[in-house]
Write a protein that binds this ligand. Structure first.
Ligand SMILES: Cc1cc2nc3c(=O)[nH]c(=O)nc-3n(C[C@H](O)[C@H](O)[C@H](O)COP(=O)(O)OP(=O)(O)OC[C@H]3O[C@@H](n4cnc5c(N)ncnc54)[C@H](O)[C@@H]3O)c2cc1C
Length: 410
């Protein structure tokens, strides 16, 4: 039932990935009607994000899900870069200084995406939120001065809403409806393979929670994702091969690059998926009543876990903007600011840092990387200086932007 006292009554979220689910949950907690359209019959099970960086953590507190993430998942305490020759530690940090920042534990949290998605979906449904599975959106649009609408494959009737938010990932149909194939940026001429693998890096080799091994071809990351020694091992591969070829080559690569040179009976690969990497940002995140967030709006390579970390920060900002309008504390122009500020943050922080992260791990001359790398040198210096380390690590909070500062003053 429409409430005439409110500036708007409902939001349609396209996509039940992490960004769509967090936005839907936050809005529903504020009493705003939200419906989700999801193309798939169930939540996505691919091995993707697992680590959520410092800037995203305040959104988990707001959504009331931090307790479960912390108790069922992990916090990332130690992280380093290692030599590919002898795997010795080049530089790194202990994140303990972020354990209590004004009452919040801002260390990177780790909780596999499928579990996080399920947690957010369950909370959303408990509040009476609604979702249509197998509802593939084919086009979105808006009527002059009226509602936004979405066409769903195989359905005659359009789904209407006051606002539509495209949280439909890298191939977003919402973004394509607004801008066609325009998605400025580039695709890396590189191939990565992401696996979830049981191998005891810590127990056998004393490795950190997250480890980046620098090498032009044999670069890889090994980061713990569950308490029982499941690690995300992501490594570089030759571009242009088939999925079957990548799977067949994996045992020889692990034997070559991993510490201990293990044979297949010494580890257990649970999932394996090849990925291409992109750095791209949509021209705008708002056109009238249609908005974009997370991968639908921007993409970056996964080295350093800035993808959905930035996406969750978008969602938190968009939530503040929509709530501001809903509660009469802001007018619609705040949505233009959402677009402007989130694009600025992506271009000035997320894009350059994530590019640096990939160039660092795949450096052509690993032996001299440290001498050329101000960030690694700063972290080395910070190893014995808690205050400086805290300052460096909290620097990432600059990805956030507080839209409530633009609410009307009383
Ligand atoms: C190997 C790898 C590791 C990563 N690790 C990290 C990490 O540790 N930390 C991090 O921050 N990021 C990481 N990322 C990035 C992260 O996984 C993505 O940023 C994140 O999944 C994007 O979430 P999203 O909700 O925007 O989109 P998606 O997760 O892509 O979800 C989009 C949803 O929309 C649905 N959908 C698509 N089209 C339609 C349509 N037409 N109609 C209806 N529904 C539709 C899809 O089915 C899907 O459910 C990683 C990525 C990769 C590839």
């Amino acid at each position: 039932m429409a409430d005439a006292s409110r500036p708007f009554n409902n939001v349609l979220v396209i996509g039940a990935g992490p960004s769509g689910l967090l936005l839907a949950l936050l809005l529903k907690q504020k009493g705003i009607n939200v419906h989700i359209l999801e193309a798939a019959p169930e939540l996505d099970g691919q091995p993707r994000a697992a680590h959520y960086g410092t800037p995203a953590i305040p959104e988990f507190y707001r959504a009331g899900i931090i307790g479960k993430i912390a108790s069922e998942g992990l916090v990332l305490n130690t992280m380093c870069w290692r030599s590919s020759v002898d795997h010795s530690r080049t530089a790194g940090f202990h994140a303990g200084v972020l354990k209590d920042v004004d009452g919040q534990d801002l260390r990177t949290h780790c909780y596999v995406l499928q579990d996080l998605d399920k947690l957010m979906l369950d909370e959303f449904l408990k509040l009476g939120g609604t979702i249509d599975w197998c509802a593939k959106v084919t086009k979105v649009g808006q009527d002059e001065g009226g509602k936004a609408w979405a066409d769903v494959e195989g359905r005659e009737q359009r789904v209407e809403a006051d606002y539509i938010v495209g949280c439909d990932g890298a191939n977003s149909i919402v973004r394509r409806s607004l801008f066609g194939d325009e998605f400025p940026g580039f695709t890396w001429d590189a191939q990565i393979i992401a696996t979830n693998t049981y191998y005891d890096f810590e127990g056998k080799f004393g490795w950190d929670d997250a480890n980046f091994i620098i090498h032009p071809e044999n670069f890889f990351m090994a980061a713990r994702i569950t308490k029982d020694n499941l690690y995300r091992i992501t490594y570089g591969e030759t571009p242009g091969l088939s999925r079957e070829e990548y799977i067949a080559r994996q045992p020889a690569i692990f034997e070559k690059i991993l510490p201990g040179h293990p044979k297949p009976d010494e580890y257990k690969v649970i999932t394996i998926s090849p990925y291409k990497m992109h750095q791209r940002c949509a021209p705008k995140f708002r056109v009238g009543r249609i908005l974009l967030a997370a991968d639908a709006a921007h993409l970056c390579n996964p080295w350093g876990g800035l993808g959905i970390t930035g996406g969750f920060v978008d969602v938190g900002g968009l939530f503040d903007c929509l709530v501001g309008i809903y509660e009469g504390k802001a007018d619609e122009s705040i949505l233009d600011l959402y677009s402007e500020k989130r694009i600025e943050k992506w271009k000035t922080i997320i894009d350059p840092i994530s590019q640096d992260n990939f160039r660092r791990v795949s450096d052509k001359d690993p032996a001299t990387r440290f001498e050329r790398d101000e960030w690694m040198q700063a972290l080395k210096k910070a190893e014995t200086d808690d205050a400086y380390r805290k300052e460096l690590l909290l620097g990432f909070m600059a990805v956030r932007y507080d839209f409530t500062q633009h609410y009307h003053r009383k």
